[in-house]
Design a protein around this ligand. Structure first.
Ligand code: NAP
Length: 310
């Protein structure tokens, strides 16, 4: 049984290897997803001690939360899972906008609770900042929901450092979720130092850079899902990224471990990163990512990986 780690100052204890569920019913993100496979991914995670599940209203939309809700119901043990979900997206006609107003966030939490078939959410994030709402007011609404027991911890995601500071004026932010991986390290400048100083847990998304850091791509790959638009995969950048991944492969080979596990293990050596949420589309990937916990990195290896991707 893996020792659970505490997320920042929250009462949430999770396996450092979580599960990002955007491919569970995330039909708006990936083509041809099978919902039964999606549910199997969640069962496999929970069966194998991965208790930290990351979803959002917009994955589907709604389907990821609904399928997780079905799995929770089937298993009949709500307490085995630490569920993180997110809201802020609103559909106005055909347009998708962000809303952080207290009224909207409260509504968003209520509808997530229904889809997840539960009476509490362990961690609720404001998924994206809007342009209008003062961020401390938005977080203030979540604090009220926390006091009512509807959510257990407060998160924000995709906020700039200024927005995070405003959101955390009263010290209520528990978790920050932002893009961070070996190929995208901007968060090291201000966000990671701030979260460390304020005991806010930092959950990096895209830890595998959508599979690129699993070392399985070559320059002839063609992508036709969300990856087609991601900066990592654009012509010129993609080739350079592959070269860096090949350098990582050398360290992985010497240690007789996989590249993906090496990258994932490296994040867990960073201050304020206590857990990661790699996504997966196959149950084998869910299980495979758990092998990260067997990787021990020396100080020299940590520095060498830092150098390759600096
Ligand atoms: P990721 O974790 O960087 O990459 C996941 C993808 O890598 C999988 O779908 C799979 O894709 C491949 N993969 C996973 N494990 C593997 C393994 N062991 N070996 C080889 N390939 C493997 O990207 P992500 O899933 O987009 O991000 C992680 C989670 O972060 C999401 O699920 C979501 O919960 C969250 N997220 C949050 C935000 C936000 O705005 N807050 C944004 C993005 C993501 P293939 O099989 O297709 O290669």
């Amino acid at each position: 049984m893996t020792k659970k780690t505490q997320l920042g100052k929250t009462d949430l204890y999770v396996n450092p290897i979580g599960f990002g569920a955007n491919a569970v019913g995330g039909h708006n993100l990936y083509n041809n997803l099978d919902e039964e496979v999606g549910k199997d991914l969640v069962h496999t995670a929970l069966d194998n001690g991965i208790n930290f599940l990351d979803t959002a209203f917009i994955y589907g939309p709604k389907r990821s939360e609904e399928l997780i809700g079905e799995v929770l119901k089937e298993r009949g043990n709500r307490f085995e899972a630490v569920i993180a979900t997110k809201g802020a997206h609103k559909f106005v006609g055909n347009d998708e906008v962000f809303d952080n107003s207290p009224a909207f966030l409260k509504e968003a939490v209520e509808s997530s609770l229904k889809r997840l078939q539960t009476d509490y959410i362990d961690l609720f994030y404001i998924h994206f900042p809007d342009n209008d709402t003062p961020k401390d007011e938005a977080v203030g609404a979540l604090k009220e929901l926390k006091d009512e027991g509807k959510i257990k911890a407060i998160g924000v995601s995709n906020f700039s450092i200024e927005q995070l500071k405003e959101a955390n004026k009263d010290g209520y932010v528990d978790v920050f979720q932002g893009e961070y991986n070996l190929l995208q390290r901007d968060a090291e400048k201000e966000l990671l130092p701030y979260t460390k100083e304020h005991n806010i847990s930092f959950i990096p998304f895209f830890p595998l850079a959508s599979g690129l850091l699993a070392g399985k791509y070559n320059k002839n790959m063609v992508f036709n899902d969300l990856r087609a638009d991601l900066p990592y995969f654009q012509e010129g950048v993609f080739e350079k990224n592959l070269e860096k991944v090949e350098e990582l492969r050398k360290i992985a080979d010497t240690k007789h471990v996989e590249i993906a596990h090496l990258a994932l293990a490296w994040y867990l050596t960073r201050d304020s990163i206590e857990a990661i949420i790699p996504g997966a589309k196959k149950t084998e990937q869910v299980l495979d990512n758990l092998k990260t916990l067997d990787v021990q990195l020396t100080e020299e290896e940590i520095k060498e990986i830092d150098r390759i991707f600096r």
